[in-house]
Design a protein around this ligand. Structure first.
Ligand SMILES: [Zn+2]
Length: 82
């Protein structure tokens, strides 16, 4: 089984856009792997778990074959429904 993490920064990514805490400032200064896209996981190129707004950027940067995705699993929603 091949797992590829497209993002591990929860729902808002990291560093947080409007946050000035020491951790977020350090991540901005370091860049690279300190910058985390919003959470998503690709399993065996066929199952995509969660589909946030950073998917396009992740797919291009990681050269992912998203045309092979057969199933999309949304674990939960953010927002107000119902
Ligand atoms: Zn912060």
């Amino acid at each position: 089984m091949r797992l590829r993490f497209l993002g591990t920064g929860a729902a808002e990514g990291y560093p947080v856009l409007f946050c000035g805490c020491e951790d977020c400032e350090t991540a901005r200064a370091r860049g690279g792997p300190s910058i985390r896209r919003r959470a998503a996981l690709l399993v065996d190129d066929a199952l995509l778990i969660d589909f946030g707004p950073d998917i396009g950027e992740a797919a291009r940067a990681m050269r992912l074959p998203l045309h092979r995705v057969e199933h999309l699993l949304i674990t939960h929603a953010h927002g107000r429904f119902g």
